[in-house]
Design a binder for this molecule. Structure first.
Ligand SMILES: Cc1ncc(COP(=O)(O)O)c(C=O)c1O
Length: 395
């Protein structure tokens, strides 16, 4: 593959295709060699050097024994410190609970705080595991549909207010902020409107903020629970270091459990029911949050360039594909409908040697779309678009 000239960031743009194709993780392994993997939300970049160094030192120290955390892990204080430093939110370390992953936190909260049959309000299209959770747990989705604007995506919260009143059985607002797959970053005003509706209808707010560190200025992340004590008392905030620092394999996340009754129910469960985080996961998270911000700043610069590069490449080679620059994340929500394809675009693309995430898995509004992960080198991204054009323009 030829390099896109003038754009090389060492550690980010010098990815070797053979190295990528040999990776054993799901992203590159699942669909076999010979296909460029742009689907699941892992970045192609190697782990941040401070995290890799911390894990090497951890193993070299020779102690893989039990952790000495009789009461709590260091994650509680680390999370509270990071929220204060980055988002000026005074979170309470005492309210933090450890998790193996963010989706687990969604499921625990639904299980403990809402009855089967009650609905979940969700901005759609949305992260596919939310729909699988809804189906398995018998909590139907009340969609808040995305609408395309001139420069991004918006949600009609007046309509949501009417839908909520008509539904009658909604107990939960599952907020994903920044939103996956549109990359929308909710403003303080939007959050205040949603919080007001949650107050009016006594909803639990589950706020998945896993993409919060991946926001492109001038957009800014506002934690839902930072809006004030009343909002914090009905909000479960979920996050981890895994998206922003590319560590999804460590299986380590945190919940800030604002509602007192949910915290009580959570703590009343048998201690091993929800699993236990590992020392490796905690050490990787610590290194990322304490020592990884320089790497993160460089990564964000590369991703910012890539979201624009993807726009330019599509304009040149596949102009019928609609794409709004995301305000956050390294995920591009691509609309293929103007091509008038008879088949799901993702199937055609896979046959053409590039794997995107199929739009229909993101629920209502996903038909005719696919999600493209642009967290890769400039040259791989260029090859992804080339293969997309090859696959779609020849049908
Ligand atoms: C919105 C959102 N939540 C959760 C996750 C997954 O987090 P975890 O692996 O900790 O469940 C992702 C992964 O892409 C995501 O995009």
């Amino acid at each position: 593959m030829g390099m896109v000239t003038g754009m090389v960031t060492p550690g980010f743009d010098d990815l070797d295709l053979a190295w990528l194709e040999a990776k054993p993780g799901a992203k590159w392994h699942r669909h076999g060699p010979g296909r460029l993997a742009a689907w699941v939300a892992d970045m192609d970049f190697p782990a941040p050097p401070p995290v890799a160094a911390a894990l090497h030192a951890f193993v070299d120290a020779g102690d893989l024994g039990y952790p000495d955390w009789p009461e709590e892990t260091p994650l509680r204080a680390l999370f509270a410190q990071r929220m204060a430093d980055r988002f000026a939110w005074t979170a309470s370390a005492d309210y933090v609970r450890e998790l193996c992953d963010v989706v687990q936190g969604v499921q625990i909260a639904l299980h403990l705080a809402t009855p089967p049959g009650s609905s979940i309000a969700l901005h759609t299209p949305a992260y596919p595991p939310f729909f699988r959770t809804s189906a398995r747990m018998d909590r139907p989705i009340l969609p808040i549909p995305a609408a395309r604007t001139d420069d991004g995506w918006a949600y009609d919260h007046d309509r949501f207010a009417r839908d909520l009143a008509a539904d009658g059985g909604c107990r939960t607002l599952l907020l994903c902020n920044p939103q996956n797959p549109t990359g929308h970053v909710f403003t303080r005003d939007e959050l205040a409107t949603l919080a007001g509706l949650a107050e009016e209808h006594d909803l639990l707010i589950i706020s998945d903020e896993i993409h919060a560190d991946l926001v492109y200025p001038p957009a800014r992340h506002v934690p839902m629970a930072s809006l004030g004590p009343a909002v914090a008392a009905r909000t479960l905030t979920l996050t981890s270091a895994t998206k922003a620092f590319n560590l999804a394999g460590i299986r380590c996340a945190v919940a800030h459990v604002g509602p007192p009754d949910l915290r009580e129910a959570w703590d009343a469960q048998p201690e091993h029911l929800f699993g236990v985080v590992s020392r490796v996961g905690v050490e990787a998270t610590r290194a990322a949050w304490q020592d990884g911000d320089e790497w993160l700043a460089t990564a964000l610069g590369v991703l910012d360039r890539n979201r624009r590069l993807l726009r330019d490449l599509l304009a040149e080679r596949l102009p019928a594909v609609d794409y709004a620059l995301p305000q956050a994340t390294y995920l591009a929500w691509l609309d293929f409908r103007a091509l008038g394809l008879a088949e799901c675009p993702e199937t055609l693309l896979r046959d053409g040697g590039v794997v995107l995430y199929p739009g229909p898995e993101f629920g209502p509004g996903g038909e005719g779309f696919a999600r493209c992960n642009f967290a890769t080198s400039a040259s791989v991204l260029e090859a992804v678009v080339d293969r997309m054009a090859g696959a779609l323009l020849t049908v």
